[in-house]
Design a protein around this ligand. Structure first.
Ligand code: SF4
Length: 292
């Protein structure tokens, strides 16, 4: 039996894979919109406890080939610790082909290029990375702890080590006041970075973070679904990724689900957004089925 520490989060794409908590919480834990780890103190788990969990999981799922290492930014772990865990995973799951983690720009920048290459060679080959916004003013307001320049640097550093990147952007995070800057500067980050997957979420604020988030803005006005889709449209129009990017907007928060490959499907995706804007709420996923 695994002693998971709850709440436990993992990316939707990891739903069918083995989940193992190497840390509890998030080492940053200060983004104003995020309530995920507010109840947890960041902690690196004893490696012997991790090995026990791996033994249990390997007995339950001997054919598993993908493992997600939680919690909020497991790339914060010391490289030596990570390599030991990755090698133990490889021995325990003979068919292992991919280990993934949530990672911050800070985590990537703290590692050397050689460390990242070593992690990749030991099957840490996918990171989930929250860009949120590319606008420096908004990055400060949401307390992301990094600048747009550092985000670009970290994405390209991970990518140079052949680690795949699944990045997320939050539509609506600048409210009405900063929507133009948010979209322009976020598209600029994507266009200057090499990423493999890109998702857009839609801002939602849990009650326990709402006050803190709003306090950092003078007059924050949440965008409605029409305004969010207008952001989605402008974002897609400005995207010119340097390589092929799998694009998804299918998070539980999204009013409209989209899926395609950029740049090949850009025009089709734009047509879908324009059609939804034209017919309005009939095209939107009802709010009762949505969450952040
Ligand atoms: S780095 Fe990620 S998990 Fe940590 S507080 Fe920010 S959004 Fe939340």
């Amino acid at each position: 039996m695994i002693n998971y520490s709850f709440p436990l989060y993992r990316p939707p794409a990891e739903a069918d894979n083995v989940i193992l908590q190497a840390t509890y919480g998030c080492s940053h834990n200060q983004c104003t919109f995020c309530s995920m780890y507010k109840t947890k103190k960041y902690q690196i788990r004893e490696i012997s406890d991790l090995f026990k969990d791996i033994d249990t999981l390997a007995a339950l799922y001997p054919d598993a080939n993908k493992v997600f290492l939680g919690d909020g930014d497991a790339l914060s772990l010391p490289t030596e610790y990570m390599i030991t865990v990755l090698q133990y995973l490889k021995r325990s799951f003979p068919r292992l082909s991919r280990v993934s983690v949530y990672a911050t720009a800070q985590n990537v920048l703290e590692k050397s290029e050689e460390e990242l290459r070593l992690l990749q060679a030991n099957l840490l080959n996918l990171i989930y990375f929250g860009i949120e916004t590319g606008n420096d003013g908004l990055l400060k307001k949401i307390n992301k702890g990094v600048s747009a320049k550092q985000i670009i640097e970290s994405l390209n550093k991970a990518s140079a080590a052949k680690i795949k990147i699944s990045a997320t952007v939050i539509l609506g995070i600048g409210g009405e006041e900063y929507t133009a800057e948010h979209i322009k500067d976020t598209a600029a980050i994507i266009n200057a970075s090499t990423i493999n997957y890109l998702s857009t979420l839609q801002l939602g604020l849990e009650n326990d973070v709402k006050e803190r988030f709003l306090k950092c803005f003078e007059h924050f006005q949440m965008l409605n679904d029409y305004q969010i889709l207008d952001e989605q449209k402008r974002f897609l129009e400005l995207l010119h990724p340097v390589n092929k990017v799998i694009f998804r907007s299918n998070h539980a928060s999204n009013a409209l689900h989209l899926a395609g490959t950029l740049p090949k499907d850009t025009m089709r995706l734009l047509d879908e957004v324009k059609f939804a804007l034209a017919i309005g709420e009939r095209a939107f996923i009802p709010e009762r089925f949505r969450g952040f």
